[in-house]
Design a protein around this ligand. Sequence first.
Ligand code: FES
Length: 85
Amino acid sequence: MSIDYPFRTALKADKRIFWCSCGLSSKQPYCDGSHKGAPLKPLAHTEQIDITVALCGCKKTQRPPYCDGSHVDDRRVLGETAEKA
Ligand code: FES
């Protein structure tokens, strides 16, 4: 299930993650294999340095796997606040 806010995540240099792009994983923001049969596949991602990032939970980002603020625009459309971001 996709979530309408980003996940603040500490990533280690050279450690590969698989970011869920389909929104079906129960281990957000990571892939749990639930995409099987879906058209979207997980995104393999590796950072060059130890860093804390915001990984997209809403799956509408234009800069995967990072949050680009698209979830805030969704809330505005729905008339909600952006207090979780
Ligand atoms: S959580 Fe998807 S753009 Fe922010």
